[in-house]
Design a protein around this ligand. Sequence first.
Ligand SMILES: [Zn+2]
Length: 83
Amino acid sequence: MLLIECPWCGARDEPEFTYGGEPAVRPGPATEVGDAEWTGYLYLRGNEKGAHRELWCHSAGCGQWFVMERDTVTHATIAVVRR
Ligand SMILES: [Zn+2]
């Protein structure tokens, strides 16, 4: 089981958290950007092997969102940042 370090509550088991995907910068309104850019924002993810940034919510705890950088191969946490 993955142990996740909540920046507010400390280390907790993964079932207390909800995965929110990769942090991405939202492009302009859909009416101002092309279909390819908007589709990329909505559906395409890097899913890199190795160091990876992810959004997590401590949904069964404090309810706060944060960014966790972890290694997807070893599951080692590299950094946790409050949003
Ligand atoms: Zn928390």
